[in-house]
Design a protein around this ligand. Structure first.
Ligand code: ADP
Length: 153
């Protein structure tokens, strides 16, 4: 018997959960896609955040619902406006890696006041970032539910 309290055991459990265990499939659009096409993709794929990549599939930007709404109420035509002029771009993207702790990612989401972040992996000796997952507030909510049900993997 370790003599640890219930809450100490819970804390230890929470601090072992990694991004990999809870990440979702990422949805990406090319940086040359139009704002119109990004909106269609957001509806069809049923996600709130899109990641923007270049021809090499390297992460270039992030598009939120409000980014797309803002562009839509502007005066320019969204059919011809490329997403790369409205996206939040590198190096200002908050991201994580599959082995990061979920609690650290949760703190980033709160700190930056964002809904999701890309899970990335370096390629070409670090010159590119491949988007391998998506970690959202919903994934964090799932952690809470699993903890309550004692369903942690
Ligand atoms: P919404 O804008 O729909 O409320 P968010 O709160 O996620 O959604 O996004 C707020 C702003 O932060 C947007 O301009 C978006 O481009 C940007 N953003 C979203 N996710 C990230 C991220 N992982 N890294 C950097 N910026 C982000």
């Amino acid at each position: 018997y370790t003599g640890k309290t219930g809450s100490q055991l819970l804390t230890e459990k929470v601090k072992k959960i990694t991004v990999q265990q809870y990440q979702s499939i990422p949805v990406v659009v090319n940086e040359s896609s139009s704002v119109y096409d990004a909106i269609v993709t957001m509806f069809l794929e049923d996600v709130g955040t899109l990641f923007v990549v270049d021809q090499n599939s390297s992460l270039m930007g992030v598009l939120s619902r409000k980014d797309l709404l803002r562009a839509s109420i502007g005066s320019q035509k969204i059919e011809t406006m490329p997403v790369n002029i409205i996206m939040t771009r590198m190096p200002n993207i908050t991201m994580c890696q599959k082995d990061d702790l979920i609690i650290d990612v949760a703190n980033k989401l709160i700190d930056k006041q964002i809904d999701a972040l890309p899970v990335v992996r370096e390629f070409d000796k670090g010159s590119g970032l491949e988007v391998i997952g998506r970690l959202t507030k919903t994934n964090i909510t799932k952690v809470l539910v699993d903890l309550a049900n004692d369903d942690l993997i």
